[in-house]
Ligand binder design. Structure first.
Ligand code: COA
Length: 382
């Protein structure tokens, strides 16, 4: 499905009116009397001409295109309500019924918010007829219900909810975050520079590195290319055994929306006796500048999928230092059950050891995290 959001042109005036008519019938029937809808929603030559003029003069409507077909639109500009003189407003957003609830609405809102920010606006309002299920959409994009006003259609009054965005920058971030998707990618030469930046960011922030599968040795002189060879060999069970290590794989967590490396995760199986005691099946980390955004849970959720699908692990052990609040919370929220809390003799720190039942965790958290997952990546099949 190819999705595009771009300004509509005069030539599309008639198509826009067709969408308006269709969506009014599917949305407002039962809320607004049929006679009023029928009277307001007619396609006349005069309406088409007026529409063309508006598009030409105001250029304030984004079209939503799926596979080059116009399936919806949204118009915007300065708030038309006297009470919100300094605000901007999304006047309308109409998407054909069969294309609703596919995040197209959110996509067009992101585009409009970006424009409003460039124009210097700080606050925004949107309005929605009381009783329209789309009120949920106005809430979901970050609007706070501010009050109810009245709108007149052909002499009849209707109640309309007013939603207020007190900081459109925050609303933009909220909507962008909801659009984000992630996947795990096997390290490659292509990401060498980025991987080195990832390491340096930890150094600059005085932060420890976790889940790197030994990539942190590049800070002590190991060549990235040699590290790639090393992790390639470590996939082989016999080789790992021969050097008394646990076999496994290391991945980069990639945010597909901007193709950025956000974190790392290492998954091991057939653990050595030592790793079964301290270290466990999974180690992970998120780069310092991307912490506290909920990414660690997504990283671990993706890691659990790999643990299940690639390594057939039913239960996984993870440990983390008792004072690492973020990591303890990550493990606990993915269903980690604390087995013991002891001093890890390898680094002399009080360490919590957890076990996660992989199937249970994936089942329980599917609804929460699957929406953040990009299904296929270029390296998925490697
Ligand atoms: C309202 C409309 C523009 C929203 O666009 P959309 O593409 O369907 O919405 P999205 O898929 O982008 O949804 C964004 C969020 O809103 C929520 N949402 C959207 N419509 C919803 C509904 N009817 N009920 C509950 N939640 C809804 C989604 O669940 C999603 O939330 P999440 O990201 O937290 O899961 C579209 O549904 C539409 O054209 N509706 C009919 C016309 C209309 O009512 N327009 C608004 C007039 S005020």
């Amino acid at each position: 499905m190819k999705i595009e959001i771009r300004k509509i042109t005069e030539e599309e005036a008639e198509e826009k009116i067709d969408i308006n008519i269709k969506v009014w019938w599917t949305t407002y029937r039962g809320l607004i009397p049929d006679e009023i809808i029928a009277k307001l929603q007619t396609k006349t030559q005069e309406r088409i001409e007026r529409q063309k003029q508006t598009i030409r003069e105001k250029n304030n409507t984004y079209g939503i295109y799926v596979d080059n077909k116009l399936v919806g639109y949204s118009s915007y500009g300065p708030a038309r309500d006297e009470n919100y003189k300094d605000s901007c407003e999304i006047y309308s957003c109409y998407i054909l019924e069969e294309y609703q609830r596919l995040h197209l609405g959110r996509k067009v809102v992101i585009k409009i918010l970006e424009d409003f920010i460039k124009e210097g606006y700080k606050t925004m309002i949107t309005k929605c007829l009381v009783g329209n299920p789309s009120n949920k959409f106005h809430e979901a994009i970050g609007g706070q219900l501010k009050g109810v006003t009245e709108s007149e259609l052909m002499g009849e009054k209707f109640k309309v909810n007013v939603y207020y965005h007190d900081d459109i920058r925050k609303s933009l971030i909220l909507n962008q975050q909801k659009e984000e998707r992630f996947y795990l990618e096997e390290p490659s030469l292509e990401r060498k520079e980025e991987a080195m930046e990832y390491l340096q960011e930890h150094v600059a922030n005085g932060s420890k590195l976790y889940g790197t599968g030994g990539m942190d040795s590049c800070l002590q002189g190991l060549k990235y290319e040699d590290w790639l060879i090393k992790i390639e060999k470590r996939k082989d069970e016999n080789y790992a055994k021969s050097i008394n290590k646990s076999p496994g794989k290391t991945f980069f967590l990639i945010r597909s929306t901007d193709n950025k490396m956000i974190g790392m995760i290492s998954i091991r199986y057939n653990l050595t006796k030592e790793m079964l005691e301290w270290g466990g099946h999974i180690g992970y980390g998120i780069r310092p500048t991307e912490r506290r955004k909920g990414y660690s849970k997504i990283n671990l959720y993706l890691g659990l999928i790999k643990a299940k699908e690639e390594f057939k692990l039913d239960k996984v052990m993870l440990d983390c230092s008792a004072d690492n609040i973020g990591s303890n919370k990550t493990i606990q929220s993915l269903g980690g059950v604390l087995e013991r809390s002891e001093i890890d003799p390898t680094d002399n720190t009080l360490t919590n050891v957890y076990w996660i039942n992989v199937d249970e965790s994936l089942e329980k958290n599917r609804q929460k995290y699957s929406k953040y997952i990009k299904e296929k990546s270029k390296n998925d099949n490697r």
